[in-house]
Design a protein around this ligand. Structure first.
Ligand code: COA
Length: 629
């Protein structure tokens, strides 16, 4: 995460610009907001104050905090002053490509060389916007969702030349301001609007065709998606014109199915809101649900197939950005793939090529399986397998799915001969904030026994893996999160990490091996100090206590983890495996038994070709080429 003294410039003080500036300032960053006139700046300042006053009334912040946030935002009409010394510029003016490009041309002459430039857009091509910009590798798109000060979702969109370092910076900055970023390809509607806007349009089409009245569509949509506001009420809040313009843009890109319905156009032309009053007709609810589900699942499965986003990120986008209880793929899995497919196919038969059925969806339906979704990402970078916890919205809290997905990923790494080292880490800036409290609270003693038994089995699988596995820990590693890290061979922690076993503060005790592994690692006194107090420690103290084997600056965690993994992978594989066995096997044994084990394993290494290779290479002053034999 970029340090808090990083200066950020936001161009545009409208709804989005002021909300974005507020999000940065709330997270502790200093922000310069620039707009063309004092009047527009004043409007932006008023919007921030209004939002903060609302938070104050709801008791989310106090007057001091409000003053601090405001003091971090300066407003200016001077572009050069706004961007001086800045590390990031977020352009958030209105959605006109010509005006945005003209601003970028001006910006190119004054922005510091090393600054990253992002455009906030919900509908424009990032590639086109930065076509003329002198250093496109430092440019990308950010799509903050309305209201930007509150909504946690941000789509991060690389252009064709965007460097991986720029993407990493933006993703980690989003986590740093408590947002949930999803990486999305530069395609019309990006990820979420690609299915959300047609969902609004489909709702209006259902009314236009007389399938149901507005009140029934609202009720059916809320039932289907677990929302509080249906599509029409949402359009009333965010603006019918926005829905109309967005669907028109998608229609131009994808054809007939995506064109605005007649009544949406009429409503736009009249400049009126929808009248959502009326009686709900229960007999029409199922038909409405089927159409809306078909629309959302059909489009989402296509966009995943096109590589716009992953299924997991698409679901996350819907849950976080739109407050749906289930994303399109979770919805599909809950309906069953056969009926999900049928709803999609029905729309396809009507709309033809502009509403194609994803071949993957058809395959899944034929075998009557679920669309595979995982809470753990498995990134193979041979000889390293990165096993990355991927539930950022719950700080990677470990629930039953995470345990299952972890076991699957570890089994995959174990079975792959190209993998020599496994690194356990996360896709976001937090390792894991414990077992999932929302899931645990519902458990009976019998459920809890089953849960801890599964937890023990998965963590034991990691501990006894015959390949080295270490945890690269950033942010929170609490409760089950720390217990998971303790099941690895060792912990490499970022200086910013917080490690602890706070279970007693919830009325439980560590149940994924914490009482046993921590005690063996640091001794009973230190383990009890942490477990009985429940107090977490910061990484430097964790290092002093012997919990973390090494600590590194947060921004270097991934690189250091990679270097360390590559070093281990460069050593003789059998020797590495046996050394791990000697340490682990000897830990519980008496010294004479441990030494006997070491003797036995050391002798075994003298039967390997790798020993001859290692020693000959040393004598010949060259690098060894180990075969693992
Ligand atoms: N189980 C379930 N959900 C969890 C969780 C857990 N262990 N830890 C965090 N989350 C969820 C939060 O409920 C929140 O969800 P929401 O946005 O839907 O409300 C989301 O993750 C973000 O957490 P939040 O609390 O808003 O972040 P924070 O930065 O303010 O605080 C912590 C971070 C870690 C201090 C705080 O989340 C916490 O105390 N978590 C529980 C830690 C714990 O007791 N672990 C041991 C469990 S055995």
């Amino acid at each position: 995460m970029p340090p808090k003294d990083t200066r950020i410039a936001v161009l545009g003080a409208g709804n989005m610009g002021s909300g974005i500036a507020q999000a940065f300032a709330t997270a502790g960053y200093r922000v310069a907001v620039r707009d063309l006139t004092d009047k527009e700046l004043q409007r932006g300042r008023d919007a921030v104050e209004r939002n903060l006053n609302r938070s104050l009334e709801r008791g989310r912040i106090d007057a001091d905090k409000k003053a601090q946030i405001l003091s971090r935002i300066e407003f200016t009409t001077d572009l050069t002053a706004a961007v001086a010394g800045t590390r990031l510029v977020v352009e958030a003016i209105f959605e006109d490509p010509k005006v945005k490009q003209a601003l970028f041309a001006e910006l190119a002459t004054v922005v510091p060389k090393e600054a990253i430039v992002a455009t906030n857009t919900s509908s424009l091509s990032v590639a086109k916007l930065f076509e003329e910009f002198p250093s496109p590798e430092r440019c990308a798109g950010l799509h903050f969702f309305f209201p930007a000060s509150v909504n946690k979702l941000v789509e991060v969109i690389p252009g064709p030349a965007t460097s991986p370092a720029t993407m990493e910076f933006l993703v980690s900055l989003c986590y740093g301001i408590r947002k949930i970023p999803i990486r999305v390809r530069d395609a019309p509607g990006f990820c979420v609007n690609r299915f959300f806007v047609p969902f609004l349009n489909e709702a209006s089409r259902l009314v236009e065709e007389g399938v149901a009245n507005i009140a029934t569509v609202e009720a059916a949509a809320n039932e289907l998606l677990g929302t509080k506001m249906g599509p029409f009420e949402l359009m009333n809040v965010t603006g019918v014109p926005i829905a109309f313009h967005s669907i028109t843009t998608l229609g131009n890109a994808f054809g007939e199915y995506y064109r605005p319905s007649r009544i949406l156009k009429e409503q736009f032309d009249r400049g009126e809101k929808w009248n959502t009053e009326g009686e709900v007709h229960p007999s029409a609810v199922d038909d409405v649900k089927a159409r809306l589900a078909g629309c959302v699942i059909g489009i989402a499965s296509r966009l995943v197939e096109e590589g716009v986003a992953t299924a997991e990120e698409t679901d996350r986008g819907a849950r976080i950005g739109l407050a749906w209880k289930k994303g399109p793929f979770e919805l599909l899995n809950s309906l069953g793939s056969i009926s999900g497919y049928e709803h999609v196919d029905k729309l396809h038969r009507r709309w033809g090529v502009t509403f194609p059925v994803s071949p993957r969806l058809a395959e899944i339906a034929i075998s009557n399986e679920n669309w595979p979704l995982s809470t753990v990402r498995y990134d193979k970078e041979a000889p390293i397998a990165w096993v990355l916890l991927d539930r950022p919205e719950a700080l990677n809290a470990l629930n039953s799915s995470v345990l299952k997905d972890l076991a699957h990923a570890v089994t995959q790494a174990a079975a792959d001969p190209e993998i020599r080292v496994v690194v356990l880490s996360s896709t976001s800036g937090n390792f894991a904030a414990g077992a999932d409290i929302a899931e645990m609270v519902k458990k009976t003693p019998a459920d809890s026994l089953a849960y801890t038994t599964t937890g023990h089995a998965v963590l034991r699988q990691i501990e006894t893996l015959d390949k080295p596995v270490f945890a690269a820990v950033d942010g929170y590693a609490l409760g089950g999160g720390l217990e998971l890290a303790l099941s690895a061979d060792f912990i490499l922690a970022s200086e910013e990490a917080t490690l602890g076993l706070p279970e007693v503060s919830l009325g439980i005790i560590p149940g994924f091996g914490g009482t046993q592994r921590l005690t063996r690692l640091v001794g009973p006194a230190r383990a009890k100090m942490m477990i009985l107090s429940g107090n977490p420690v910061k990484a430097p103290e964790a290092y002093d206590l012997g919990i973390a084997a090494r600590i590194v600056p947060a921004e270097r965690l991934r690189e250091e983890a990679r270097n360390l993994a590559l070093t281990i992978a460069s050593r003789a594989p059998i020797a590495v495996k046996l050394a791990k066995q000697a340490v682990d096997g000897g830990r519980e044994a008496s010294l004479p038994s441990g030494l006997a084990l070491e003797r036995q394993l050391a002798t075994y290494t003298f039967t390997t070709a790798d020993l001859r290779e290692g020693m000959t290479a040393y004598l010949e002053k060259r690098k060894p080429k180990f075969q693992g034999a």
